[in-house]
Design a protein around this ligand. Structure first.
Ligand SMILES: C[C@@](CO)(OP(=O)(O)O)[C@H](O)COP(=O)(O)OP(=O)(O)OC[C@H]1O[C@@H](n2ccc(N)nc2=O)[C@H](O)[C@@H]1O
Ligand SMILES: Nc1ncnc2c1ncn2[C@@H]1O[C@H](COP(=O)(O)OP(=O)(O)O)[C@@H](O)[C@H]1O
Length: 292
């Protein structure tokens, strides 16, 4: 094996809506969501070897080696590899962490997908998604690599093709703990299930948004500002917020006016993950086609 570092996309996602339909006995929440993949993300560098060691060459400040989802993913897959499977791992972090745009889960998925090939584990996408689910509820989305409706805790997926739009994604300088939101007493947990074929953005919402906006005025202020320019909503359990535009130029105009206190980027919505495109993995799954 040579020592070339190969770089792969690790795309971000948005939850275009997030409905909480109930709660399972283990405390996890039963969700419905539309996961929109983006053409923007981190980059994961991987150099597979036969050292038997998993080395992270670019540590992330504030995340310990054993807690890093990149390392956890490699360790989880090593149990399915032969011989002295090892690797050097690198990340070029571009996505804000803990913002509800899935950077950590996507990093884990990219590592699982690439090492599955490099170590010749030959696991199916379903098997990789099952390993990924134990690392985080959003990992299966990134393994299957489709913009998709999700149910359950995010593991029951219906791939979808939706029209291309542009997003301005902005993150206030705060951290929202997913756990704190899901354990809050006043989180709504009884939104009726929708039929995915009837989905319309304006008829859906994010059940976490009101609570997070109440707890963090930065999120409330950002939403109040953005909604003057375009339909806007929080993604996941926050703190990032997105606004939807038909044209990239319009998103750029609003980005130029955005106060400096937010980190922000513009991304195109894609129906297929850039990782799967880069790895040449064809999409065979049947897709629900939405025209608006
Ligand atoms: C709700 C979403 C939507 O994308 O929020 P974001 O994390 O993206 O903001 C995710 O599915 C989150 O996934 P992830 O961040 O991987 O969550 P996990 O590590 O699996 O769980 C963190 C904690 O959130 C709670 N949790 C998570 C998912 C879920 N369906 N119900 C829950 O109650 C659990 O208390 C768990 O201990
Ligand atoms: N490789 C990683 N990239 C980002 N976050 C990571 C990573 N490994 C572990 N984490 C931890 O996971 C948390 C959630 O990260 P992330 O997936 O970016 O956010 P979210 O789940 O809100 O979309 C971070 O706050 C960080 O502590």
């Amino acid at each position: 094996m040579d020592s070339t570092i190969n770089w792969y996309p690790s795309p971000a996602k948005l939850n275009l809506f997030l409905h909480i339909n109930g709660r399972y006995d283990n405390g996890y929440h039963q969700l419905q969501s539309l996961f929109q993949l983006l053409d923007v993300g981190d980059e994961i560098g991987i150099c597979a070897n036969q050292s038997g060691k998993i080395e992270l060459k670019t540590p992330i400040q504030g995340v310990a080696y054993e807690d890093n989802l990149i390392v956890k993913a490699a360790k989880a897959l090593k149990a399915h590899a032969h011989g002295q499977a090892g690797c050097e791992l690198y990340v070029r972090k571009k996505l804000p962490m803990g913002g509800g745009i899935g950077g950590g889960s996507s990093n884990a998925a990219s590592v699982l997908m690439v090492l599955n090939q490099a170590w010749q584990c030959n696991l199916s996408l379903d098997a990789l998604a099952e390993i990924g689910l134990a690392l985080g509820a959003d990992v299966p989305i990134f393994i299957h690599g489709n913009t998709a409706f999700a149910e359950g805790v995010g593991e029951v997926l219906v791939p979808v093709t939706i029209p291309t739009v542009w997003y301005l994604v902005a993150t206030p300088p705060i951290h929202v703990s997913t756990r704190d939101i899901f354990t809050a007493i006043d989180l709504p947990r009884n939104t009726p299930k929708i039929n995915f074929a009837d989905y319309k953005f304006e008829e859906t919402h994010n059940d976490c948004e009101t609570l997070v906006a109440k707890m963090h005025k930065e999120v409330a202020n950002l939403l109040q500002w953005l909604v003057n320019y375009a339909p806007s909503r929080m993604t996941g359990t926050g703190a990032s917020v997105f606004a939807v535009f038909d044209a990239k130029e319009n998103a750029e105009k609003v980005l130029n006016m955005l106060p400096d206190s937010y980190t922000a980027f513009i991304a195109k919505g894609v129906n297929r993950s850039g990782l799967h495109e880069a790895m040449g993995i064809e999409s065979h799954s049947e897709r629900l086609i939405l025209t608006s």
